[in-house]
Design a protein around this ligand. Sequence first.
Ligand code: ASP
Length: 421
Amino acid sequence: MTLTKRILIAMGAGLLFGLLLNFLLQGDGRVAELTQLWVVSGVLDTVGTIFVNLLKLLVVPLVFVSLVLGTLVLGNNARVGIMAAKTIGFYLATTCIAITLALSLAILIGPGNGVSLESVTEFSGAEAPSLKQVLIDIFPTNPIAAMAEGNMLQVIVFSLLTGFALCQVGERGQPTRDFFESFDTVIMRMVFILMAIAPIGVFALIAEMVAELGFDLLAALAKYMLTLAGALLLHLIIVYCGLVRVVGGLNPVTFLLNMRPAMLVAFSTASSSATLPITLRTVENRVGVDNSVASFVLPLGATINMDGTAIMQGVATVFIAQAFGIDLTLGQYLTVILTATLASIGTAGVPGVGMIMLSMVLTQVGLPVEGIALVLGVDRILDMLRTAVNITGDATVATLVAKSEGHFDKAVFNETSDTQV
Ligand code: ASP
């Protein structure tokens, strides 16, 4: 059976099992207590956390090794600057479009009108870092510390520097180059091994999430959730599929079908960073992007390009303003576009961080940060959706850059059989 099918079956089974647990947890007494203790917080949480840990453990070595190799190849190529400029240009443009789309849809639908503000006082407040600190934090003082802390932007800076230096030292760098190439093969093998157990991890993650879902809260915030989900879907279809079709000249349906394994893992883990090993393999082996482009564009994207997160921040800002009965001016909307772009760049690719960065956007436009409490309860499930969009955005840009630079294999794109990941 193909991997995508196995993951889909695991998701379906996780959903059903989660619903059953959710039902058991509703009752009070011994059964609910034991279900929570042994099944939800016990087995499911353990298995799910181990799976995510295993994915995460590959991220730092994978980004380091593949980015050094990517820079090495690109460094020998006169078009490296153009490629980097294209990548960042696409990332910024798609993010700005994402927020604009989110704001327009939210203003049109008005999900926050008439929402009750009862739960607002419960929010304890979250600190978002200042813009200056976000900038300074990109540059590491200690590469080992950056790796140990999993600070991806810092690891990226160090990897780029290593790659460029390796490029310039010529013959003397050969042993180091050989080491990186061989290590890369080993890490890719580890990703392959992990993929085999992905369905088990996905099952546990989905079942746990559904078991703990508060259905009353979902109903109360249905309009907000549907607006957000609609904006994410529109962005996926109009912007990504449109770009793949018009700029890339490729079939967008094939593109999405090829991306399925990575999208499913992103959905289950709610972390672009943990999904990166799978995204890299999927984009190279199923979409047909050359390693030299993928290894540069994707780690950068998993760290700074978060269109789904920006969309959430746009919709949530309008929702909170409406709930508090505050009318935002055009100037404030422009501020939201600017700060949400920066906030999404500063958002780490791990679950829930987009919500914390939302406080930066709210503060900039003078909205009460406590409003976050309104949407916090349903954020996990929306986080899953937006993470799938985040990594698809990275893959779209990787495809466009590879296509325009002649580093794209159309045969792989068209002939992908479902087993290749
Ligand atoms: N979970 C998201 C990601 O990893 C980030 C966020 O929006 O919280 O892409």
